[in-house]
Design a protein around this ligand. Structure first.
Ligand SMILES: [Zn+2]
Length: 265
């Protein structure tokens, strides 16, 4: 038996290659299906779902001009992951659980249609959520903080940042012993290019600066980035099945993403 050729598919990244200095023309990249052996190897390593996703994206994405996979925007990387999942398992819905913040109920979402997620492609005229025109997708994003009055310049995260952020959050958990998720702070600290035109030099100092900010200032940065960034909108508006309280949740990536429940394959 010879080696089977691996099927490939051309897709267009949501950024259309805009922030890659012309190295990925029109944002066109090739993806290939993952081999069973690769999936087994990944699963036997028992790594976190987030790490698995990163390995899958790196292995299954073929980029022009030797562009490093880890230099892709996080938003483009997720679009690749989603395209791979939908191409590999075209009829499988996605199952995941989420815990209510108001009652102890654990909600189970069955057969979620991943094709329903909105995607903002570079060049789209209007944001369907606000009916406003999308701002131009550029870096840095300039943001005025409403409470402290400072001007902050922000950049978008790349694949290289993902691991660093995850490690920082894990380290923090080990040090403090607290379960709270500090990844927003770690993420934002790495996205800050300048504060009042001064480039931050120490990442820990920047993290402390963020912790001391009033919440409206932090939200201003998050919103400014969200308002511009291209990619799949991962925010889900869900209601608890027990207490009906609404929750805005980022789509969780679990093992089911890579290996759908047997009955649905
Ligand atoms: Zn509830």
């Amino acid at each position: 038996m010879g080696t089977q050729p691996v099927p490939t598919l051309e897709i267009t990244l949501p950024s259309r290659g805009r922030l890659y200095e012309g190295k990925i023309p029109d944002g066109k990249v090739t993806i290939r299906k993952m081999k069973t052996g690769e999936l087994i190897a990944l699963e036997s390593e028992a790594s976190a779902d987030q790490d698995r996703a990163a390995v899958i994206i790196d292995n299954c994405t073929i980029l022009p001009n030797k562009f490093p996979q880890r230099d892709l925007l996080m938003s483009d990387r997720f679009a690749i992951l989603l395209a791979l999942r939908r191409w590999t398992f075209p009829t499988a819905g996605y199952n995941f659980n989420w815990k209510c913040q108001h009652c102890p109920h654990i909600n189970m979402v069955k057969n979620f249609d991943l094709g329903k997620l909105d995607c903002h492609m570079e060049g789209d005229a209007v944001n369907p959520a606000t009916n406003e025109p999308w701002p131009t997708f550029v870096e840095p994003v300039v943001c005025m903080l409403p409470e402290c009055g400072k001007k902050v310049e922000l950049r978008f995260l790349r694949g290289t940042d993902e691991k660093v952020v995850a490690q920082a959050a894990k380290r923090m958990k080990n040090v403090t012993g607290k379960v709270e998720d500090t990844s927003l702070m770690h993420r934002l600290a790495r996205q800050i290019v300048s504060i009042d035109d001064v480039k931050p030099t120490d990442i820990v100092q920047t993290e402390h600066w963020i912790v001391d900010l009033d919440m409206p200032d932090t939200y201003a940065m998050v919103d400014a980035l969200d308002a511009v960034e291209t990619g799949v909108n991962l925010k889900l508006n869900l209601d608890c099945q027990a207490c009906q309280m609404p929750r805005v949740l980022g789509l969780p990536i679990t093992a089911d993403f890579f290996r759908p429940a047997a009955s649905k394959r």
